[in-house]
Design a protein around this ligand. Structure first.
Ligand SMILES: Cc1ncc(COP(=O)(O)O)c(C=O)c1O
Length: 455
């Protein structure tokens, strides 16, 4: 039965098993402290295979590259690499992690604005494709390539009409000039890219059409691009119910923050299907289709969040309860709001958490307590909108958020107050049950031994 006070999350069978295995999360909490994150690398690999199967049934070749910014887990990157997914990176640290995650440099894209010379040099020496954001960045790359005699691999980032106010990318005119300068320096241009904020499929189809039209006109000038990269931003579904309940805005909450943020948590379409709709949308237009066939073009996509669907949980231990005069009571958790990054946007992470204690696992059924962090910041609330459970929460109980691997768990984490960075545990399914592996040491051996990998 749906509960109007809560937004029940979709929970995978594996996460449900972890939540309901008595003592499991408590024993992991006593091993690594609070908060901590659980990573399910075998689900990451399963997601990647589902994406590949879905897009490979379309009428255009497609390469999927996981956007590493969306999760700092070593285990998920390795699982994606082992499932033959490429990587989208934005720093040398992410390049290192992608290569350690078994991703060949030929399938790594370096995106992001104006990259420092050091990063450009690493791309040159490894053969990683650089997504050029400005003509001056192209000039620096040309100069560095001349010095090292390495052949650069280049994509040009477009600022599409549907994102004309973005700080990223180049207008079509600037991009054309940049392409000509690169051609004059004998640099091969592999393709044209964009990344859009928001989750509109239609805007992505429009922007892809613009890229194809530019590729076609560059071809006439002797510049033969063969790919378009449509970036990330694929919706994924977090909530069980189809519709957000409008009455949720009226729920008790600490302070004035909005509950909602701008993520479509209730999206009716999931990542791989969204990707397929975009590809079909591109190919449904005769002009696009003709260019794709004539130039033999392929699409790269860089999903982050949506590839991480059901790949992680975040667990906070309750320290105690604080009652305030007339205000909303708080459960104070052993952690900070940096470990649930939706607070970045002044909003709550909408799906409601579970309470896990020695009696079992309980869904949220009310809105009595705000969840406060333990730092000295007034703003440190892990969830301002109330939660409540069928049993009274107490010290030592665990509050567990579902489906947090995409951006929620570690985008903002810091060592504020000298608290250690929260640890990640890769959960591997063995004949004896769930086995915890420190995320940092997870590698191909654990991947191969995980029963979940083979299901
Ligand atoms: C260039 C680029 N590619 C891919 C992504 C991943 O987006 P998402 O996690 O929404 O799929 C981002 C996110 O900011 C990005 O900037």
């Amino acid at each position: 039965m749906s509960n109007r006070l809560c937004l029940a999350p979709l929970v995978s069978a594996e996460a449900r098993d972890i939540l309901h295995t008595r003592g499991l999360l408590a024993s992991w909490a006593s091993m690594v402290g609070s908060p901590f994150h659980v990573i399910l690398p075998a689900i990451a690999a399963r997601n990647a295979l589902e994406w590949q199967a879905t897009v490979s049934a379309r009428d255009i070749a497609c390469d999927i590259r996981f956007a590493l910014k969306s999760c700092k887990s070593n285990a998920v990157v390795k699982a994606f690499g082992l499932a033959e997914t490429g990587a989208d990176v934005s720093s040398v640290g992410e390049i290192r992690r992608a290569i350690e995650g078994y991703v060949p440099p030929s399938r790594i894209s370096y995106t992001g604005p104006q990259k420092p010379d050091h990063d450009l040099m690493i791309c040159l020496s490894t053969g990683i494709a650089v997504h050029i954001d400005t003509p001056s960045e192209a000039d620096r790359l040309i100069a560095l390539a001349a010095r090292t005699k390495a052949a650069p691999r280049v994509m040009l980032r477009l600022k599409p009409d549907v994102a004309s106010h973005s700080r990223f990318g180049m207008s079509a005119g600037t991009l054309r000039q940049c392409a000509l300068a690169l051609k004059a320096a004998d640099v091969t241009i592999e393709g044209i890219s964009f990344h859009l904020g928001g989750y509109s499929l239609e805007d992505r189809v429009k922007a892809a059409g613009e890229c194809l039209a530019i590729a076609s006109s560059l071809e006439e000038q002797g510049i033969g691009c063969r790919t378009i990269d449509i970036g990330g931003g694929f919706p994924m579904r977090y909530l069980e119910a189809d519709e957000e309940d409008a009455s949720l805005e009226a729920l008790p909450r600490w302070g004035k923050a909005s509950m909602r943020g701008d993520y479509p948590y209730h999206s009716s379409i999931r990542g791989p299907q969204a990707a397929a709709e975009i590809l079909d949308g591109i190919m449904s237009q005769d002009r696009n289709r003709a260019i794709v066939k004539r130039l033999d073009m392929a699409v790269i996509m860089e999903p982050g969040r949506a590839l991480l669907d059901q790949c992680g949980l975040s667990v906070f231990r309750v320290i105690g309860r604080k009652d305030t005069d007339g205000g909303m009571p708080q459960l104070v958790l052993d952690g900070m709001n940096f470990s649930l990054s939706e607070t970045w946007f002044g909003a709550d992470f909408l799906p409601t958490p579970y309470l896990v204690n020695r009696h079992g696992c309980f869904p949220c059924t009310g809105a009595r307590f705000a969840l406060a962090g333990r730092s000295c910041m007034e703003s440190d609330f892990i969830r301002r909108t109330g939660v409540d459970f069928p049993v009274e929460p107490g010290a030592g109980d665990l509050i567990v958020f579902i489906n947090t691997a995409g951006y929620q768990m570690d985008s903002n984490e810091s060592r504020f107050h000298e608290h250690p960075l929260p640890r990640k545990i890769a959960a591997v399914q063995t004949r004896q049950g769930w086995q915890p592996i420190h995320d940092e040491i997870y590698s191909i051996e654990e991947f191969q031994n995980d029963h979940l990998t083979h299901q």
